[in-house]
Design a protein around this ligand. Sequence first.
Ligand code: HEC
Length: 97
Amino acid sequence: MIRAIALLGLVAACRGPWLPVATEADATRSNAAVADLNRGRQLLIHSCSGCHLTPSPRDHRAADWPSEVAEMRERSKLDADEVALITQYLTAFAEQR
Ligand code: HEC
């Protein structure tokens, strides 16, 4: 049983959540800088994976991400700039509804 759970975790880790690296096209589309988007991606990977799988931009709609990240802010001990970058990344790749 324990082995089965460990194996499941391994499979999940290999597939991993969908976390695209930002390109120029993404930056233009979302009116942001590529470097900022990818800094947000790195912060997300480092600060938001300790307690659950790294959230994927597609987990929520763009309009819902700011409040979702705000809710997690204290848990992850991020400052306002880091929160803004993470939110920008998640919003840029979320479904724009
Ligand atoms: C210290 C642990 C911890 C850290 C760090 C953390 N989270 Fe969470 N997160 C949780 C727990 C526990 C839940 C589920 C319970 C809840 O929603 O209160 C959760 C739930 C969520 C949910 C809700 C999922 C849903 O289905 O609505 C989202 C989105 C989320 N986290 C995003 C993030 C993001 C983004 C970060 C980084 C900024 C982050 N989390 C960092 C512990 C953490």
